[in-house]
Structure formats: C-alpha cells, structure tokens
Design a protein around this ligand. Structure first.
Ligand code: BGC
Length: 692
C-alpha cells in the first residue's frame, strides 16, 4: 500500500484545497453511513469515488475500509483519503462500564485512561474519528441516552467530558497512531426532552442552558475537541442543525471553536421532514448557512450545495472555509500519511492492560445503595444465585456494544463459582431456605436503554419484582445485584433487600469485578452521578434545582411536594456507601471574605475508623444566600479522593478559585460552603462572602 503514500501526502492544506474542483470540495462535506456496500452496486461505488464524493464514512471493518480506501486513492481525482468514523462510546472489543456508570467513580482521570484505551482499540480497527463524548446533562431517568453521559451535575459532567476528549485525542496538536479525533455532542440541550421521550421537543429555558448545559459543552470543547455534533432537537423552535445563533454565534464566535461541526444522523433531511425547511434544498441552505460542515448520511449537501453556490446563495468562500476545516481534521489525524488501517494492530485488541483497566473501572463504578451488614461475604458462605442477569453478556456490556464482544465477556457466574465453596443456582424462591444469602441478578435489558430507549416505567420488570418479593418472603437475606443503564425505581427493593449493589453495565470484566467486591477484596466506592427517583412521575429530578418559591415543609400543606409520594429522590446525587466506616469533619476556611478573582483555602479532616485501608470521597457544595435571577439552590464545587491507612486521620486542604463557580459581580454576596457525603447530607457548613 506504500505506493499510495506519495499521492496522498498533502502537507499543505491550502494548496490542496485550491486544487480541488467544486464537486470534490462538496464531496468532502458528505459523510455516508456504512450503507454504501448494501445500497450501491460496485459500478455506482466507483462512480462516487471517481467524482470524489465521499469525504467521510461510518466505519465498517479494517479490511473493507482498506479496500475502499485503495479505490478512493486510485480513482478519485485528488486522492483525498476517506476519513472513517465511528461511535465507540464505551469500548470497541474491550467493553468498559457505560459512561454514566463510569462517572460514579467520580474520577475523571480514570475516564481519561478509559478513553485512551478505547482510542487505541479504535485505531486498531481502522477508524480515526469517534462520535464521543456525549456530554448532555442527565436528569431524567426515563431518557435512555443518559447512559452515554456523566450525569446531572455540570461540574462532574464537564470534568468527565474534558477528560474523555483528552483521553481519546492524546494531549498533542497532532493526533497520533494510538488516538482518535473526538466529538462533543449533542450540541445543545438534547437531554432536556419533554417527558424524557426520545426525539421529542426540547424544553429548556436560556437559564437552563446557561446554568446547566453550556458550561459542560464548553469545558469539553476547551479541552481540545476536534468536532462538535449538533443535536437532532430544537431550541426555541429552531432545530440545532439549522441554528445560526447557536453555531455561528455561540460556538464559533463566542467560544472560538475552529473544528468541524457535524450533523447527527440524517438530521439535514429531518429539517425538511419536520417542515422547518421548505424543501430538501432549503434544508441544505438552512444547515449550511447556520454553520454545519459535514452532512452525516442525509446525502443532501452532495445533491444541492452546487446549485446553491451557482445561484450565489452560498458563497464559494464559505464552502472553502468548511472544506478547509475538514481537510485540517484529516491532516490532524494523520490520514494523509497513514490512509490505511494497519491490520496487524488487531493484535492490540483486548490486551491484558486494557482488560485490567476495564476491571478497575468496573470496580470503581460499583455503587452500593444499601447494606445492612450482609456484605462483604465470606467465601465459605452458602450462596444462592437467581435472576436473569447471572450470565447475560449482552446486558452486562450495555447499549453501545455489539454481539462480537459477547464471547470474551466474563459474566458473573464463573468468577462466583470460583470464589465461593457453596454456590447453588436457584430456580424457585423456595429453594433458598437453606442458603446463608441469595444474590438476585436483576437487569434493565440492553434493548431498553440507549438511543430510542425511553421508558415510561422505571421499575424492574414484573417477573423480576415478583421473584425478589418471593425470595424476601423466604426470610433469607437478599442481595440485589443490578445490571442497568439507568437509575431504576427501587422503593420496594430498597425496603426489603439486605443489600443493593448497582454495577451499571460493567462490561467485559464485570464478573471478576463483582467477585472481588462481594468478597471484600475491593470495597465499593461509587457515588450516584444522577438522582434515583422514587417514581418515574418525579422525573426530571436533580439536586441542583432552582430554589422553590415554597420549598417542602412537612408542617405546611401549601409547600412543594407530591401528596402521594415521599419527598425527594430515593437516592440523591453523590450518594454511595462503602463497607467500612470513616468520618469527614472539621471543615474550615482560612479566609471568609474573598474577591471574585480570589481563592478559597479549604481544609477538612478525614478519619478512617476501620482496620482496612480505604479511599473516601469528600464533596463540597455552595449555596448562595440571595440570588437574582434565581440560581441552583446548591452546587457541587469540588470533590476529592483521599486514601487512608487503617485508622489513619488526615488533615486535608486545597485551594478553590472563586472563578470556578462565580464569574461576575452578580454572583458576589453571602454563601455557605458545605462538606458532604452526598448532595442531600451537609455534614458541616461554613459561611463566606464574595466581596465586590
Ligand atoms: C446518534 C448519534 C450518533 C449517530 C451516528 C445518531 O442516531 O444520535 O449520537 O453519533 O447516530 O451513529
């Protein structure tokens, strides 16, 4: 394949751009789905290639990509290589816990490592452009796609978004042979869907967007993202795909984003389907003039851009700018020097290092929701297993995984068999009578999560609930092991089970991670990155709400609540139990009056009250006394992990820049800083003032 190298080496993007015909330039804006093989005859494929009509394409497999690339380089007029793109959201061959679950680790540095490992496997398979990270805020458990982001809090979601961008791309100007270009999506506000229902309208005020959503996209973009994908949805009646104010105004002018803007799948065509644009041609005009560079799979730019340019409605200069951005992206990922997939790199898939990392992430994501003391278990305990998730690699791997990953997945059953001396698979609840403990493996099936995976009911399926109920009636302690892509409604299970451990969808190494957690070889330390509702009716539910005009007061009827439901979430944001006791205390501030450009010097104490080494998370929130306009009642401003030897007590301190949570004069005033175990439990608070 070396003979193509010369033809494809184009260090000077401007001269390449100048040499391209109008058709070829337009071809660069065209991204096809993997459909070219099914929909086009070999002759038609060649026709497209001869005209240089394919700028980028969804990834197939390295061999097929190489065959196509070879044709592209020999047939297309200027041999501009095709850029292969892919959604590798939480793994390629090694499947990691889903991104929401990974956020329960409250450890963005870990997410950076995961993203790097994903990039390495993606490169090994031949794609160079990943449609991740999704950084949409998640506050409505009914929406299936929460699973792709990092939860409800802007600080946490922004930190994870930025870490994932860095991990995918590596920290250099040029993206090397082990990294891929990232895409921040879905810009903007995709998650604020009415009723949590996929593809419905978004209902978000500018206060919502500015307070909760924009800072997250911005942080991920500032981390160096190469591209931004526009959301399918609209903002105030203007579809994001055609939203000039959003793309030209906010993204390009205000935030200075210079990378590629790509549509979501067939979204340009949707402008016409939704009757926002008068015709397919007008859809192209609307999207292009709003600032959209790449048309993913609508195949309309390729059909109408030429006409629009010839009519003078779109300038050649604007097209040149777009194509320049696309060529620069190709250059950035090294496509001109290395247009082909290196098929020998397949040996890098499922490497021991990557599998160890996958296990570590599964351990760190595990969220212990309840434990009445039954966990950890002794290896000699008599353990019964029941429930559909015992050996279900599909659900264990989660929404963005394919069936070719199933065979390698370590499901729960085998490692448990190897860990416990008395293990019995139970068919019926009454068989549990002689067990010391029963592990019930409940699932939220893969088909009910991810894109188009909205649910109106968030309880476990009825059969699973019945089985859990029957087991509880047997009087043996029931440990509920959840494999799920979303927070479920678990009121009854919370009351009746002895322990609940949520593994999210832990991926390839979920089985070995679970065995270590159950035996106490590792302690669960995850914290909920999203609130768990008591009922789907509470959705959207999130801790950082704008203060109510009549907050809930149990002694006052006319206050905010549902009459038929206990107040607040079942599991608040930031909640997570561990096995061994520890104590956070003695929150203090060195200086209680600071200016906007100043810093808070925060100190606190963490004490290990156990005989075990452990790590604990300290969470810090601020509340502002008075605010106009109203702002979130409470906001996470910092979180820190501390490791402790048995019975160790540590005095910790750190510096928090005021600018990280208050940026303008309007935000000066009286505040409370609190030290928390979770968003609903302020252990201690200290007042401070931001002075003008
Ligand atoms: C999703 C995107 C994804 C694209 C390409 C769309 O349906 O909304 O997130 O990147 O498909 O697979």
């Amino acid at each position: 394949m070396g003979s193509f190298k010369e033809v494809t080496s184009h260090p000077n993007i401007d001269s390449l751009l100048e040499s391209l015909s109008l058709e070829e330039k337009i071809g660069q804006t065209n991204m096809l789905g993997g459909s070219i093989y099914h929909e086009f005859s070999p002759k038609d494929q060649e026709g497209l290639l001869l005209k240089g009509s394919i700028g980028s394409m969804m990834f197939l497999d390295p061999e097929t990509n190489n065959t196509l690339q070879k044709k592209q380089l020999s047939l297309s007029p200027h041999a501009v290589p095709i850029l292969f793109a892919c959604d590798n959201i939480h793994g390629v061959q090694t499947i990691f816990p889903n991104p929401l679950g990974e956020a329960a680790s409250f450890d963005p540095a870990l997410a950076e490592k995961t993203a790097s490992a994903i990039a390495k496997e993606e490169q090994a398979m031949g794609a160079r452009w990943n449609f991740a990270p999704m950084v949409d805020i998640a506050r409505d458990a009914r929406w299936g796609r929460n699973v792709e982001g990092a939860g409800e809090d802007p600080l946490l979601a922004g930190d994870f978004g930025a870490a994932r961008v860095k991990g995918l791309q590596g920290n250099q100007e040029r993206i090397d042979g082990e990294h891929v270009a990232s895409t921040v999506k879905h810009f903007a506000g995709y998650s604020f869907l009415e009723g949590g229902e996929e593809y419905e309208r978004v209902n978000a005020s500018s206060l919502d967007l500015k307070t909760y959503a924009y800072p997250v996209y911005q942080k991920a973009i500032q981390a160096g993202a190469s591209s931004v994908m526009l959301a399918f949805t609209d903002l105030e009646g203007v579809p994001c795909t055609a939203n000039r104010e959003l793309v030209q105004g906010l993204l390009r002018e205000k935030w200075g984003f210079e990378g590629v803007v790509v549509s979501d799948y067939a979204a340009v065509r949707q402008l016409y389907n939704q009757r926002y644009s008068a015709s397919e041609k007008e859809a192209v005009y609307d999207a292009f003039t709003a600032g959209l560079d790449v048309d993913m799979e609508s195949r309309l730019y390729i059909r109408y851009l030429k006409e629009l340019i010839e009519e003078g409605r779109i300038s050649l200069d604007a097209l040149n700018q777009t194509v320049r951005r696309i060529l620069l992206l190709k250059e950035k990922v090294g496509l001109f020097e290395r247009p082909f997939s290196d098929v020998t790199k397949k040996s890098l898939l499922l490497s021991q290092d990557t599998l160890s990392l996958a296990e570590q992430v599964a351990l760190r994501s595990a969220l212990l929701l309840k434990n009445d003391g039954v966990l950890p278990l002794k290896s000699t305990a008599k353990v019964g297993l029941m429930g559909p998730g015992i050996a279900d690699p599909k659900t264990q791997n989660g929404p963005w995984s394919y069936d070719n990953t199933l065979a390698k997945t370590v499901t729960y059953q085998d490692p448990l068999k190897a860990s416990f001396s008395h293990l019995t698979l139970l068919k019926e609840a009454h068989e549990a009578a002689s067990e010391d403990v029963v592990l019930y493996f409940a699932v939220n099936p893969r088909e009910e999560s991810g894109e188009a995976g909205s649910l109106a009911n968030l309880e476990l399926h009825q059969e699973q609930r019945n089985e859990i109920r029957d087991l509880i009636h047997q009087g043996r302690p029931v440990v509920l092991i959840l494999t799920s892509s979303r927070p479920l409604v678990l009121e009854e299970e919370m009351a009746g089970c002895a322990a609940i451990l949520d593994l999210w969808t832990p991926g390839t190494m979920g089985g070995s991670a679970l065995a270590k957690l159950l035996l106490g070889i590792e302690e669960p330390t995850g914290h909920a990155p999203i609130s768990f509702p008591r009922s789907a009716a509470q959705c959207p539910i999130y801790y950082n709400k704008i203060r109510s005009c009549r907050p809930y007061n149990p002694n006052d009827y006319y206050t905010s609540r549902y009459l038929d439901l206990a107040q607040g979430p079942l599991v608040p944001f930031g909640f997570g139990l561990s096995y061994y006791p520890s104590r956070l205390s003695r929150l203090g501030l060195t200086d209680k009056e600071v200016s906007l450009d100043g810093t808070l010097e925060i100190h606190y104490t963490l004490e290990n009250l156990s005989d075990h080494s452990l790590r604990r998370l300290a969470q810090f929130y601020v509340k502002k006394e008075l605010s106009r306009p109203l702002r979130p009642e409470k906001s996470l401003v910092a979180y820190h992990w501390v490791s402790l030897a048995p019975h160790e007590k540590k005095e910790e301190s750190f510096t928090l820049p005021i600018s990280s949570f208050a940026k303008n004069e309007n935000e000066c005033g009286e505040y409370l800083l609190s030290l928390n175990e979770n968003s609903a439990l302020d252990l201690e608070s200290v007042a401070f003032r931001i002075k003008r």
